[in-house]
Design a binder for this molecule. Structure first.
Ligand SMILES: [Ca+2]
Length: 228
């Protein structure tokens, strides 16, 4: 399951030192992709990661499940005009990505309901542990469309959010709506549960909300918002 959300590739730098590249998804089932600098065959995301890691100018790739890796560089990634595409998954080098991004600060939160002591603040307490029993995950009651909302310290452009999902019952967060100031910026529908993943938003505002479309409990162990 982790392979779907985070890929670790080992390589050797020009100096001979061993280096590690992390690749993580920035968009699932995207209908657009950065301009391609090179296309290579690849029957799995892992193969695409290896192709990209071996090319210094490659920043990420989009993977078509028909067996094609489309590699792109940084300038293509940040270009707002992506090319239309058949549904593909877009990945980037996480370590380089982290150097260029800025984490935004949540200063408050609320949620539709609270089960036991699993308050909304647990999603923004800085503790990323993904087991409910550790006391750092939220948990609502089991009504339809339960939601969690975080308040940013200032209106900001949110490129994406990173969600640390609960490890048991992770499938409860397969389908959800991500909203900025009440307007949906991403609707997520996964076929497999995730552990940690980035979900694009690309919207300006100050209130980030996750609404569960699965139809029952919403639990988030940590959520972080990032801007480029
Ligand atoms: Ca937490």
């Amino acid at each position: 399951m982790m392979l779907q959300v985070l890929l670790l590739i080992c390589g050797v730098a020009a100096s001979g030192a061993q280096v590690f590249w992390f690749f993580s998804p920035v968009r699932f089932h995207s209908v657009s992709t950065p301009a391609t600098m090179e296309s290579v065959p690849g029957n799995a995301v892992l193969q695409c990661s290896q192709h990209c890691a071996s090319r210094p100018t490659c920043f990420g790739f989009s993977w078509l499940q028909l067996g094609l890796c489309r590699l792109f560089n940084w300038s293509a990634f940040i270009n707002d005009t992506w090319n239309s595409s058949d549904a593909c998954d877009v990945y980037t080098r996480s370590e380089q990505f982290k150097q260029l991004q800025k984490r935004l600060k949540f200063v408050g939160c609320k949620q539709s309901s609270t089960h036991s002591s699993h308050i909304c603040d647990n999603a923004i307490d800085g503790n990323r542990k993904q087991n409910l029993s550790f006391g750092s995950c939220t948990h609502t009651t089991g009504n339809p469309f339960e939601w969690w909302e975080g308040q940013l310290n200032a209106p900001s452009f949110v490129s994406y959010v990173t969600i640390y999902n609960r490890q048991d019952y992770a499938e409860r967060l397969n389908k959800f709506s991500l909203q900025m100031d009440g307007v949906e910026c991403n609707r997520v529908s996964l076929t497999l549960p995730f552990s940690v993943a980035n979900f694009s938003c690309n919207a300006f505002g100050s209130r980030v909300r996750v609404t569960n479309l699965f139809g029952q409990y919403l639990s988030i162990c940590e959520i972080e918002a990032y801007t480029l």
